[in-house]
Design a protein around this ligand. Structure first.
Ligand code: KG4
Ligand code: ZN
Length: 344
């Protein structure tokens, strides 16, 4: 079936057209067309995402992207998916209203469905190249379950046990700040431009990760929850009290502290639940240091490591289309209304 997906939850406007088949036993996906319009330049002067500006940009970009995706010969679309949350309310609405409009005007025969943005990240592992088999572009051919998935984004930090594509259980999540948010805040403290995550990674590459011994909050707690606000405060105090600061060392030491906690808990969960695979997803999964460390930890345990290529970690519509397919097969439905605080 052909799926058209619209994503506008935060500061990326994205539309994708994919073909999906195989059901949940042997899901296979082919990306037909995809576009992402980034708003980085719009928000940079403000040091973060401004919701009203983001909404305006979405409204401007959506028709342009749609023309690029659907221009040309007429396509038969079976499913029209749009992100309903979590995200910024005005941004979510611009996507939903747009999807409803194109449904009415151009695709009345398609089924229109709401999609959980976090399920988009959760199922993005289908885009991992190593799992591909033959003719269709992406598909999971190996036995990967049970799997433990670490989902790390700007708003969420969640550890999930996946017993199958269908069954999952949340093992733990952050009690305060998300790890991506912490990267962004530390970057701001170091006077780096928005978005902060990639800037920290760049600085950290040139720094010494042992230079400052930042705390690793909750690393030894018995549960699978996280906490990052203490680490953020520790960086703030360090910057306030130190006379000579090497930004590269602070970034590297912070990145190491945050990564240590994430990896420690993921590995412990993988051991406890006898996982065959560790999966990494979400915007922070674009961080090469985290990818390398978690992949090395998986190798050490002799289990598989799955993570989509970097371009599918940050917000995109391909992952939304994939989540919509999984939910379609599962018969799971979301209401077509903005849910800014939707969770997994
Ligand atoms: O998934 P995403 O694009 O949006 C949300 O759903 O939140 O994630 C955005 C987050 C931001 O906090 C951003 O700083 C972080 O992902 N991020 C990174 C990197 N690239 C993006 N964090 C660390 N290193 C990166 N390379
Ligand atoms: Zn996201």
């Amino acid at each position: 079936m052909k799926i058209l997906a619209v994503e506008t939850s935060c500061d990326e406007t994205a539309i994708a057209l994919i073909e999906a088949k195989g059901g949940l036993k042997k899901p296979e996906f082919k990306i037909l067309k995809e576009r992402v319009a980034s708003q980085i330049e719009t928000h940079r002067p403000w040091g973060g995402v401004v919701p009203t500006l983001a909404k305006r940009e979405h409204a401007k970009n959506l028709p342009l992207l749609l023309r690029q995706i659907l221009g040309g010969p007429k396509q038969k679309i079976d499913l029209l998916a749009v992100t309903i949350g979590p995200g910024l309310d005005p941004c979510l609405w611009s996507g939903i209203v747009f999807a409803k409009e194109i449904h009415k005007k151009y695709l009345p025969k398609a089924r229109i469905v709401g999609t959980n943005h976090l399920e988009g990240h959760l199922y993005s592992f289908f885009l991992e190249k190593k799992t591909v088999i033959s003719n269709f572009q992406f598909s999971i051919s190996k036995k990967i379950f049970p799997a433990v998935q670490l989902l790390v984004s700007g708003g969420h930090t969640v550890l999930v046990l996946m017993k199958s594509v269908k069954e999952r259980k949340k093992l733990g999540e952050t009690r305060d700040d998300a790890v991506g948010e912490t990267f962004d805040k530390v970057a701001r403290m170091l006077k780096s431009p928005y978005p902060g995550g990639p800037e920290i990674e760049k600085l950290a590459k040139k720094g010494n990760s042992e230079a400052v011994n930042f705390p690793r909050p909750m690393i030894n707690s018995k549960n699978y929850d996280f906490s990052f606000s203490g680490l953020k405060t520790a960086v703030l105090y360090y910057l306030k009290k130190s006379k000579k600061i090497k930004k590269t060392d602070v970034a590297a030491s912070f990145q190491k502290a945050a990564t240590d906690v994430l990896i420690h808990k993921t590995v412990r969960a993988a051991k406890e639940f006898k996982a065959k695979t560790i999966i990494l997803s979400g915007g922070v999964a674009a961080n090469k240091f985290l990818r390398r460390e978690l992949s090395a930890a998986s190798r050490k345990m002799r289990i598989k490591f799955l993570s989509a290529p970097i371009k599918y970690q940050t917000d995109n519509a391909v992952m939304i289309a994939i989540a919509a397919y999984v939910n379609h097969i599962n018969g799971k439905k979301h209401k077509l209304a903005s849910q800014p605080n939707l969770n997994l």
